[in-house]
Design a protein around this ligand. Structure first.
Ligand code: 13P
Ligand code: SF4
Length: 306
């Protein structure tokens, strides 16, 4: 039987590869990754690495961002089908039409989108830097925010800045049941509700803390509280439990009796597929150079502003 961990470590050395993993990846992948991070940290690392190969255990738009920032490197994605409902809900032609209907607006776009949409945007942001970026846009400029209406609504409230929002959402973060969370809070009166800003506004209104995956992790580490209800993809609980073994983390329950608080795209990657993609050097992310350069402009603006 193949010991995937050992083989992956061997291939990593042989190929001079770096393995980057998002917090929503299965625990076994997180445990052998060189860096586990949120979208912002992973893109910074992808830009800075001197490895020859980036194995990106995350979803397609993340691996594509790595390729945009490191065109000379080979970027591998363990499962080509690992997409994102936000990226899929914002096709480039419709986004282009949205921009054309609002030609005087600055387009700030969440990193959860395709390279084509990045190339049509002015500035990219992640949940970790969106507020900082929006606050830097001159007050006389109107803003289009795409593709997550929940993150957009949260940012409008936080910054007091009106924005025209694209009507998109994440299939995972819209699944949480407020009724079940309220019941959990009665059962666990000391537990703090913490949430990712992709959750619906009515849920966010009840949260003690809102932040990106990394910000949620830092919050539970530094908080004196001992118990948390976590409203984001359940993969993040692995690092929370590792960093704070004495604390209790309860995944926020979805409305249906299913595992809908697991991202079906993120969970397409498995340890076996990480090994296989390294062995086969495929699936590889390939981008047309003109498109890559255009997409790099809005990502580099984000890097300068964050
Ligand atoms: P983070 O940038 O907070 O890691 O979020 C990425 C994501 O896809 C959330 O669903
Ligand atoms: Fe996309 Fe939602 Fe999955 Fe994040 S959790 S990758 S936003 S579908």
């Amino acid at each position: 039987m193949i010991r995937y961990e050992e083989e992956i470590l061997r291939l990593k050395k042989e190929m001079n590869a770096v393995l980057l993993a998002h917090y929503y990846q299965e625990s076994a992948i997180q445990d052998i990754a060189d860096l586990v991070g949120d979208s912002l940290e992973l893109s910074r690392r992808a830009a800075a690495t001197n490895a020859d190969v980036i194995v990106f255990a995350g979803v397609h738009f993340m691996a594509e961002t790595a390729k945009i920032l490191s065109p000379q490197k080979m970027v591998l994605l363990p499962d080509r089908e690992a997409g994102c409902s936000l990226a899929e809900g914002c096709p480039a032609d419709e986004f282009k039409a949205f921009r054309m209907r609002n030609p005087d607006h600055v387009a700030v776009t969440y990193i959860n989108c395709s390279a084509e949409v990045k190339a049509l945007s002015d500035i990219i942001c992640t949940s970790g830097n969106a507020e900082k970026i929006i606050r830097q846009i001159p007050a006389d400029k109107s803003i289009l925010f795409s593709p997550d209406k929940n993150l957009g609504t949260y940012l409008v409230k936080k910054t007091g800045r009106p924005m025209l929002l694209w009507n998109g959402s994440c299939v995972v973060h819209e699944t949480f049941s407020e009724r079940k969370i309220a019941a959990l809070q009665i059962e666990h009166p000391g537990a703090k509700l913490i949430a990712h800003p992709e959750c619906e506004p009515t849920l966010l209104d009840h949260a003690a803390f809102i932040g990106s995956t990394s910000a949620l992790l830092k919050y539970v580490e530094s908080s004196p509280e001992k118990e948390f209800i976590v409203a984001t993809e359940s993969g993040i609980l692995h690092q929370m439990e590792k960093h704070c073994p004495e604390k209790i983390f309860i995944p926020a329950p979805p409305t249906a009796n299913c595992a809908c608080n697991e991202c079906p795209y993120m969970k397409k990657n498995t340890l076996e597929k990480v090994y296989q993609c390294m062995k086969d050097r495929a699936p590889e992310i390939v981008l047309e150079e003109g498109l890559r350069r255009r997409a790099a402009v809005s990502i580099n603006r984000m890097m300068e502003m964050s």
